[in-house]
Design a protein around this ligand. Structure first.
Ligand code: HEM
Length: 298
């Protein structure tokens, strides 16, 4: 799509009847997915009675401040496709990675359970627990958000980039395609020693300067005005899901690090091909874990 964007344009001009037979299965699945989304968008746009349940898309339809070009069926189909993919695959990757390491490294699970058990007032929010946050940060660090480059162009002005350590500034002409590689930065040994090791303790240090440097290097959600709009939702989902996972005694089933490790770059991380994901046997309740539900301790 990056280098041969015309292929997509060409496919979109083909009549629907001949498209499926020409497509490889992955592309066909994508077309089926988009066509299901398009049906819902068409229903919303043609719903004169406004009876459909409110959603982001009913709000876009009813917002008088939006130009009609931003409410066209194609535009809304594109938005809905992005929203569904961005809101499901990335949190799934981070959660799967955290789940694997909690079970593969029992010392991490023990520390998490101790933190959850020691927090017994009714107002502590899960996202504020330092060790749980460390687990979430490590999961985002090693799933990278996007493993491919997410290029941006500034059309109106030159960008001044200053290399502080070397005290050199560069002027990058307007119109230049610019990107940073999250993959390279998240595994920079000068910021994250032994970078491929999943270690939540990187985030519970007392060294504020180092922590600031590490936080600054975290690019999994992007940065700037186009930063992921689902970041807080994703972190809340992860905190709730990991606290729930900690309540159960599980063992990994036919799963190795290859099922969560970065093995292929499909613009997002892809583990070994053919992986069935992280599979577990649930043995029962974990001893000593009290019920903790939702964002607060019950
Ligand atoms: C671990 C979870 C997630 C990760 C790592 C992630 C990562 C990202 C990244 C890297 C971008 C591109 C930022 C850029 O272009 O500079 C992005 C954009 C976006 N994300 Fe997420 N995301 C996550 C969860 C979610 C969730 C839960 C939702 C919604 C339910 C969501 C919705 C979006 C949308 C709509 C955009 C496009 C925003 C725009 O173009 O302005 N994401 N996300």
């Amino acid at each position: 799509m990056l280098h041969f964007g015309w292929i997509r344009d060409l496919m979109e001009t083909l009549p629907l009847s001949i498209r499926p037979s020409m497509m490889p299965p992955g592309v066909r699945d994508m077309m089926t997915f988009r066509s299901a989304i398009r049906t819902q968008i068409d229903d919303i746009l043609s719903d004169g009675t406004k009876n459909i349940n409110p959603s982001i898309f009913t709000h876009l339809r009813d917002d008088p401040s939006l130009p009609s070009s931003e409410k066209s069926p194609q535009r809304l189909e594109d938005e809905a496709t992005l929203m569904t993919m961005a809101g499901s695959y990335s949190p799934m990757l981070s959660l799967t990675t955290a789940h694997y390491h909690l079970l593969a490294q029992p010392s991490i699970m023990t520390k998490l359970r101790a933190e959850l058990a020691a927090t017994d007032n009714t107002t502590t929010r899960l996202e504020q627990l330092p060790y749980l946050s460390g687990i979430i940060h490590e999961s985002h660090r090693l799933t990278f958000g996007l493993t491919g480059r997410n290029a941006r162009v500034c059309p109106d002005e030159n960008i001044i980039y200053t290399d502080n350590p070397n005290k050199v500034s560069y002027s990058l002409p307007r119109g230049t395609s610019l990107s940073a590689s999250t993959l390279v930065i998240h595994t920079d040994e000068t910021i994250f020693p032994d970078p491929w090791t999943f270690d939540p303790d990187r985030w519970t240090l007392k060294d504020e300067a180092l922590l600031t440097r590490r936080r600054k290097a975290m690019l999994g959600f992007g940065r700037g005005p186009r930063i992921c709009i689902g970041m807080h939702l994703a972190n809340a989902e992860m905190a709730m899901a990991l606290a729930a996972v900690a309540r159960w005694d599980m063992r990994l089933f036919e799963t190795t690090e290859e099922d969560v490790a970065f093995r292929h770059d499909y613009h997002v991380l892809c583990p070994r091909l053919g992986s069935k994901g992280v599979r577990v046997r649930v043995l029962g309740r974990a001893g000593g874990m009290m019920g903790r539900v939702g964002g607060v301790i019950k």
